[in-house]
Design a protein around this ligand. Structure first.
Ligand SMILES: Nc1nc2c(c(=O)[nH]1)N[C@H]1C(S)=C(S)[C@@H](COP(=O)(O)O)O[C@H]1N2
Ligand SMILES: [Mo]
Length: 443
C-alpha cells in the first residue's frame, strides 16, 4: 500500500479460495446443487470424448469407470456463480459504508429507500448539460426512478470480478442493472464531454473517496459482442448487498474491479481528457482490459504411476477470448533455457474446456438462470461458449507418466493464438503469470 493510501482501511479478504480451492471445507450450498451439476456436466462430456490421453506421454486408449469416478471427485466442488457473500472483497472506508448503523445509512442514502445519484457537470471544466440531476436541485435519480428505467432498459449479463493486483478472481456473477447511457442522456448533454468521473460514498472525507472514470465513448456505445457499463443493483438475481457495493455500484464489464465503484452516489460529466482514478496511484495501469489466463483448481501433490491423475482448473476469459487451455508436465531435473521465460518451446498439451453448466449455483432464485440473459438463447443455452469476461472450467486426466518429480504448468491460448502471459505480460495491468505446482509420481 502506498503512503497516500495508508490512512484508508484496506481490507482484502480473499474468500476466493473458498470457491476456487479444494482444500477448504466444502460450503453447505455446494453439497446438493453444484455437486450434482458438475458431476453431470463432466460425466456427459468425458463419456462423449472417451479417454483424454496425453499422446506425447503414452496414451491409454481405454476409458475406465474408475476414470469417471476420479473426475467426478475432482470436479465436484466446481461451482459456476459465486454466492454474493462468498465473493472476495477489496474495500476501503473508515467506517466501511455498509457497516454504518441503519439510521445513518438511511440518512446518507445507502439504503434503497433513500439512495440518490447525482449526474452533474464537473465544476472544473465546461461540459454542456441541459438537465443535470442533483440532490442540490432536488431532482437526483432515486432508486424508484432507476427501476422505472430498468423496466425498459435493464440488462443481465455474466461477468467475472477480478482485482488487477490479485492472482485469482474475486467471484463470478450474473449482474443486472440499467446501462449508464440512459441516465447520461436524461441529463441532456450536448457538448464538451470527453470523460465520465464517478465515485462512491466516502463519509464526507475527500481522502476516503474511491474514484474511477471512463471515456464517454465507452459509456455511450458498446463494441459488438460486449456488454454495456451499468448502474448495477442486482447480483445473481438478488438485490446487491451493502458489502458488494449496494444499493448501486458501477459495473464495467470489460475492466478490472477498480472501475466498478461501490456505493455509487456521484457521476460527473467532464471535458477533462485525463483520468482521475484512485487506482492511478500505486502504479496501476488503469486502461487495462481484462486478460485471458488459466489457473489450477485440483492439483494433487502425489499420484501413483499407472493410475490416471485428474487435474482441473479454470480460465478467466479476457478481451482476447479463449481458444485453448494447455498443460505441461516437466521433469524437475529438466531445466528450462533462460531465454524462454514463458516456456513457448515446451511440449504443451491441450486439456478439455468444460461446456456451460446445466445448473448455475450462486444461490439464484429458483436455482435457475433467469430469462433474457445477454448472449443466451430462449432455451437457456449460451450463443457461444466460453464467453468473454467470464469464467470457464477445464479438466483432464494425466496418463502414462513415469515415476518422478514434475513441475506442472497451465496456460491459455487466446482467440488470436497468443499464449499466456503474452500479449500483455506486465504485472500492473492484471495478473497473468503462468502457474506451477509440484507433482510426485510414485512407482
Ligand atoms: N467505493 C469503492 N468501490 C470499490 C473499491 C473501494 O475500495 N471502494 N474497491 C475496488 C476494487 S480495487 C475492486 S478489485 C473491486 C472489488 O469488488 P468486490 O469487493 O465486490 O469483489 O471493487 C472496487 N470498487
Ligand atoms: Mo482492485
Amino acid at each position: 500500500m502506498s503512503s497516500r493510501e495508508s490512512f484508508i482501511l484496506l481490507s482484502v479478504c480473499l474468500m476466493a479460495s473458498n470457491w476456487l480451492g479444494h482444500n477448504l471445507p466444502r460450503p453447505m450450498y455446494l453439497s446438493s446443487e453444484l455437486h450434482g451439476q458438475h458431476l453431470e456436466v463432466t460425466r456427459r462430456y468425458f463419456l462423449q470424448l472417451g479417454a483424454v490421453g496425453f499422446t506425447a506421454l503414452k496414451p491409454l486408449s481405454v476409458w475406465a469407470d474408475s476414470d469417471q469416478a476420479l473426475l467426478d471427485e475432482a470436479t465436484a466442488d466446481l461451482g459456476y456463480f459465486t454466492p454474493q457473500d462468498d465473493f472476495g472483497t477489496v474495500e476501503r472506508g473508515d467506517p466501511l459504508p455498509y457497516q454504518l448503523p441503519l439510521a445513518k445509512r438511511l440518512e446518507v442514502g445507502l439504503e434503497r429507500e433513500t439512495w440518490k445519484l447525482d449526474v452533474v457537470p464537473d465544476p472544473e471544466s465546461n461540459p454542456e448539460m441541459g438537465n443535470p440531476l442533483s440532490r442540490a436541485k432536488g431532482n437526483a435519480l432515486d432508486f424508484e426512478a432507476l427501476l422505472k428505467l430498468g423496466e425498459k432498459h435493464a440488462v443481465r449479463f455474466l461477468k467475472i470480478m477480478t482485482c488487477n493486483n490479485i492472482g485469482a478472481p474475486l467471484g463470478m456473477g450474473l449482474w443486472e442493472g440499467v446501462p449508464l447511457r440512459h441516465v447520461v442522456w436524461a441529463t441532456k448533454p450536448t457538448a464538451n464531454i470527453r470523460r465520465v468521473f464517478y465515485y462512491g460514498h466516502h463519509n464526507n472525507n475527500p481522502k476516503q473517496m474511491f474514484r474511477s472514470s471512463l471515456p464517454i465513448g465507452r459509456v455511450l456505445e458498446d463494441p459488438p459482442g460486449d456488454n454495456p457499463v451499468i448502474l448495477c443493483y442486482k447480483l445473481n438475481g438478488q438485490w446487491l448487498t451493502g458489502k458488494r457495493g449496494g444499493p448501486v455500484r458501477m459495473l464495467v464489464p470489460d475492466a478490472y474491479g477498480f472501475k466498478s465503484v461501490k456505493w455509487l452516489k456521484s457521476v460527473l460529466l467532464t471535458n477533462n481528457y485525463q483520468s482521475n482514478d484512485t487506482y492511478a496511484g500505486g502504479n496501476n495501469d488503469i486502461d487495462s482490459w481484462m486478460k485471458t489466463m488459466s489457473r489450477f483448481h485440483y492439483k494433487p501433490e502425489k499420484a501413483k504411476a499407472g493410475e490416471p491423475i485428474p487435474v482441473t482448473g479454470w480460465a478467466q476469459v479476457g478481451v482476447g477470448g479463449l481458444s485453448k487451455v494447455q498443460i505441461w508436465i516437466n521433469p524437475k531435473d529438466n531445466e528450462w533455457p533462460e531465454d524462454d521465460p514463458y516456456f513457448t518451446r515446451a511440449p504443451w498439451q491441450k486439456v478439455t474446456i468444460l461446456p456451460p453448466p446445466i445448473r448455475w449455483g450462486g444461490e439464484l432464485p429458483g436455482g435457475r438462470l433467469p430469462d433474457n440473459v445477454r448472449f443466451f438463447e430462449g432455451n437457456g443455452q449460451p450463443k457461444h461458449w466460453p464467453m468473454r469476461y467470464t469464467l470457464a472450467h477445464w479438466a483432464t486426466l494425466l496418463k502414462g507418466i513415469a515415476p518422478g518429480n514434475y513441475d506442472v504448468r497451465c496456460r491459455t491460448i487466446d482467440v488470436n493464438g497468443i499464449a499466456q502471459p503474452m500479449p500483455r505480460p506486465f504485472r500492473k495491468s492484471g495478473r497473468n503469470t503462468i502457474q506451477r505446482f509440484s507433482l510426485t509420481v510414485e512407482g
